[in-house]
Ligand binder design. Structure first.
Ligand SMILES: Cc1cc2nc3c(=O)[nH]c(=O)nc-3n(C[C@H](O)[C@H](O)[C@H](O)COP(=O)(O)O)c2cc1C
Length: 201
């Protein structure tokens, strides 16, 4: 069984989502020692944004030689995702949504014919059967009815995009990280506790 672990925070050792995603992976590895781990750090090793020439090549147009590394990086990211049984992703909120590094990765794995298709009944997800666990961290609070609720495009986006490819993701949440030290400590402790309570892979 394979677990793909992804981080996207730019805050290195100060990152909350990295701390929580690592705790999730530790918990799953403890429960299933035979888990094979693959790690991808999207901040240290970012994928490029999609380009027109990449899309054209993906649709069969002749690829210029200089596009080779980009096509290879894209194929590697997609293969890694397709091969994983479990995917754990650290996803902080930056400017009300996911970091652009994580969006660049999503652009490489949401691929027609691979993870979704359009049929007579509309779009169909092809990646069902994977377990995706998202460790999200937000500076503020975005609960239903709160003043900032309409600005929440992190959890809603991730739920939507993984749903589109056939996956109903699980979330572990650390909220209010920037509200004050007590809020931060409580949020991190709660998320780490939730990680230890996860069912085994
Ligand atoms: C560039 C940047 C943008 C941020 N934008 C938001 C935001 O729009 N809303 C929010 O609630 N918190 C925001 N925050 C706070 C982060 O969501 C919070 O610190 C969270 O813990 C970040 O996760 P990380 O520690 O794993 O990087 C922002 C932080 C940074 C560094």
């Amino acid at each position: 069984m394979k677990l793909l672990h992804i981080d996207s925070s730019v805050l290195g050792p100060h990152s909350v989502s990295r701390q929580v995603s690592a705790a999730i992976v530790d918990r799953l590895k403890q429960a299933t020692p035979s888990l094979e781990l693959v790690y991808r750090d999207l901040s240290q090793t970012p994928l490029a944004h999609l380009s027109g020439s990449h899309l054209a090549a993906a649709q069969g147009a002749p690829a210029p030689a200089e596009l080779g590394p980009d096509l290879a990086a894209s194929a590697a990211a997609l293969d890694e995702f397709l091969a994983a049984d479990v995917v754990v992703i650290g996803a902080p909120m930056y400017n009300f949504t996911i970091p652009s590094q994580l969006k660049a990765w999503i652009d490489r794995i949401v691929v027609a014919g691979k993870t979704f298709s359009y049929g007579a009944n509309g779009p169909q997800g092809l990646a069902g059967g994977k377990r995706v666990i998202l460790a999200i961290s937000r500076g503020g609070y975005y609960g239903a009815g709160s003043p900032a609720a309409a600005l929440e495009h992190l959890e809603t986006y991730l739920r939507g995009v993984f749903g589109f490819i056939g996956i109903n993701p699980e979330f572990i949440v650390a909220d209010g990280i920037q509200v004050g030290p007590e809020h931060r400590e409580k949020a991190i402790a709660g998320a780490l506790q939730a990680a230890t309570n996860l069912r085994a892979a």
